[in-house]
Design a protein around this ligand. Structure first.
Ligand code: NAD
Length: 260
């Protein structure tokens, strides 16, 4: 299957990795729904894609809200008739030692990453089961496999997504639904730019040292992963034809993590 003519819902697609995936899918002929908390930015992204001659719509969606997710998916089905690909990508990062971690911050992060993945999966699976199947991709992280200090909620959530991807692969198989998880290394997006000074402060080192000795230390080439690296992987996995690739974790990290 190629994604040409397919309908793809991408959450958190007004910025960073999700935005690049939306552009890559639109360029490959998919109809893209850009779902984000930030509606003006989602509308600007959709307009830019429409200006290239592709089809796109913006959807206001807080992925942690059951009502917002169900209404957003209904709006996409009303406009495009179906959902063939879900890319559950919306996410945030909170940097704090466990002993100082606020419960509200913990709950908010888990709600966006885990409730968001569950709610969008449920709404899209209900559609896909009626239309012959589809593909679901989760935006995991090297932190689905590795741990770092100061990121307890994020590492917990990203490990959780591995489990969800595997269950969806098993439950979805009979309905032609495949599920995989992409695990990027550090990518220069607003999510990472915000945490560089936060980590420098928390660890008592310079921002340059955060980049060199924390973020890129274990890569094979000292390079950041790019949004294009991740978007190309998403396109490949979405277009892959069979359940040979389901329930899999694909790491895209310049060799930082090599275990899956
Ligand atoms: P980003 O901050 O550039 O984009 C995240 C987007 O998600 C934003 O547009 C934001 O408005 C949206 N969002 C936040 N909360 C939301 C909510 N409740 N509902 C809907 N949308 C919401 O970040 P990014 O780096 O592109 O991250 C995208 C995903 O990739 C996240 O899941 C992140 O954990 C993951 N990831 C990022 C990196 C990295 O280094 N940047 C590495 C591995 C994984």
């Amino acid at each position: 299957m190629s994604v040409t003519g397919k309908v793809a819902l991408i959450t958190g697609a007004a910025s960073g990795i999700g935005l690049e995936i939306a552009k890559e899918f639109a360029a490959a002929g998919a109809k893209v729904a850009i779902a984000d908390l930030a509606l003006p930015a989602a509308e600007a992204a959709a307009a830019a894609i429409v200006a290239t001659g592709a089809e796109a719509m913006a959807v206001a969606m807080d992925v942690s809200s059951e009502a917002a997710v169900d209404a957003g998916v209904a709006a996409i089905v009303a406009r495009f008739g179906r959902v063939d690909v879900l890319i559950s990508n919306a996410g945030i990062q909170t940097i704090s030692p466990i002993v100082d971690f606020k419960l509200d911050d913990w709950k908010r992060l888990l709600a966006i990453h885990l409730d968001g993945a569950f709610l969008t999966t449920r709404a899209c699976m209900r559609q896909m089961m009626n239309t012959g199947g589809g593909t679901i991709l989760y935006m995991g992280s090297v932190h689905s496999h590795e741990a770092s200090p100061l990121k307890s909620a994020y590492v917990t959530a990203k490990h959780g997504l591995l489990g969800l991807a595997r269950v969806v692969a098993k439950e979805g198989a009979a309905h032609g639904i495949r599920a995989n998880i992409i695990c990027p290394g550090f990518v220069r997006t607003p999510l990472v730019d915000k945490q560089i000074p936060e980590q420098a402060k928390a660890l008592g080192i310079s921002e340059a040292d955060v980049i060199k000795n924390v973020m890129l230390k274990e890569t094979v080439d000292g390079e950041f992963t790019t949004v294009a690296d991740v978007a190309r992987t998403a396109l490949f996995l979405s277009g892959f034809e069979s359940a040979a690739l389901t329930g899999q974790s694909i790491t895209v990290s310049h060799g930082w993590h090599m275990g899956g």
